[in-house]
Ligand binder design. Structure first.
Ligand code: SF4
Length: 372
């Protein structure tokens, strides 16, 4: 048996970049996740290459959204619009409807703008980070991810999963918000010349399935031998985070009105701003004041309004509480509003917060219904 001091030395050595990449790739070959946009290592070895359109679409969807939530949306999109030309030819409204529920709706508008631009250039996506960054909705992270995954070119791809893995491998004690440059430098040093796309995906998969935020499964980790956080005994202490500030609270009221046949009154939000271009039930403004207009007196038109509940929704920069009121109304839709019939509601471009408001008044209304 090795003397204790030698054992410790072996355990605490810093990971060698080449060694890390080859261990990780060997692990990925066996344990990669099956994802609808992914070309598996076996397919890759057979010469199958990823479709840049599918990689771009998945990466835009994955900004701020989990893999599990994205899968079904991705399938719907590629079925409706199998290539970038088809997406460019689609009306913006149809894209917004298909995107409804994924959140961060400016992504859907940028998706359309990007598809339009790429379609006018012959349908080919640029294969460099700089070229990709010039397109709408593609920032530093997404351009690096597409370059690596779609074109198998070396790029430094750092998402939240990768930040966690690197923070732990190197026991980075600087708070995460200030450690970005350090983390990038470590990743950059690890990116292999061969299979950089698989390396990027392997890092993501390791963070998502083994080096998880809670209870990382270090016993199964291919990088365990070079991980200094595991030696410390508590990898969950990394990454180091500064305490979170509480989100400001805003309040308002939502008014769900139905017609005799069950149709729900809706309107479109302004193109610019939060949830821009999406569909909503009439609401008041959303204010930080406790005395904000949250009573039926704030209804945009007369009706026999009754309060049916309160819903909450957390946005990136604030938490929202909406009092929900419900009424049957007669006659035509007021100016700027339209009726959505029972079987049409599930297909409207309703963001999650609006689905919650409608469900509070009419349970099941936003689920798919058959036409009468
Ligand atoms: S050994 Fe544990 S903490 Fe270190 S990289 Fe692997 S899973 Fe993460």
């Amino acid at each position: 048996m090795a003397p204790p001091d030698q054992t410790r030395k072996a355990q605490t050595r810093k990971p060698a970049p080449d060694d890390t990449a080859s261990r990780l790739l060997a692990w990925y070959d066996v344990h990669h996740r099956e994802l609808p946009w992914r070309v598996s290592p076996r397919e890759h070895a057979r010469g199958v290459r990823p479709d840049p359109y599918r990689i771009w679409l998945s990466e835009v969807m994955l900004q701020q959204t989990t893999v599990e939530a994205v899968k079904s949306y991705f399938r719907v999109f590629v079925e409706k619009w199998p290539d970038v030309e088809a997406l460019a030819a689609a009306p913006t409204e149809d894209i917004m409807k298909a995107w409804a529920g994924l959140g961060y709706y400016s992504r859907a508008r940028n998706l359309k703008a990007c598809a339009d631009l790429v379609a006018t250039r012959g349908g080919r996506f640029p294969d460099t980070e700089a070229g990709l960054r010039d397109l709408p909705g593609i920032g530093a992270y997404t351009s690096a991810a597409i370059t690596a995954i779609a074109f198998d070119r070396p790029a430094t791809v750092v998402d939240g999963n990768v930040e966690r893995v690197i923070s732990r491998l190197f026991s980075i004690t600087t708070p995460l918000s200030e450690a970005k440059t350090e983390i990038r430098a470590h990743v950059e040093a690890m990116v292999p010349a061969a299979r950089p796309g698989d390396f990027a995906q392997a890092m993501m998969d390791l963070g998502a399935t083994i080096c998880t935020p809670r209870r990382p499964r270090c016993m199964l980790c291919p990088l365990r031998g070079g991980c200094s956080a595991v030696v410390s005994g508590d990898p969950e202490n990394f990454p180091v985070r500064l305490p979170k500030a509480d989100k400001p609270q805003r309040r308002g009221a939502a008014f769900v009105a139905t017609r005799e046949d069950g149709a729900v009154l809706l309107r479109k939000r302004p193109e610019k701003g939060l949830l821009g271009g999406m569909t909503e039930v009439p609401t008041t403004g959303w204010t930080a004041r406790v005395d904000g207009a949250t009573t039926q007196a704030a209804a945009p038109f007369p009706g026999d309004w009754r309060r049916v509940g309160t819903i909450t929704h957390v946005f990136t920069h604030f938490a929202l509480e909406l009092e929900v009121f419900y009424a049957h109304i007669k006659g035509d839709a007021p100016a700027g509003h339209f009726w959505s019939r029972v079987h049409e509601i599930s297909g409207e471009a309703l963001p999650t917060v609006m689905k919650k408001a409608i469900e509070a008044a009419i349970p099941g209304a936003t689920k798919k219904q058959r036409p009468h």
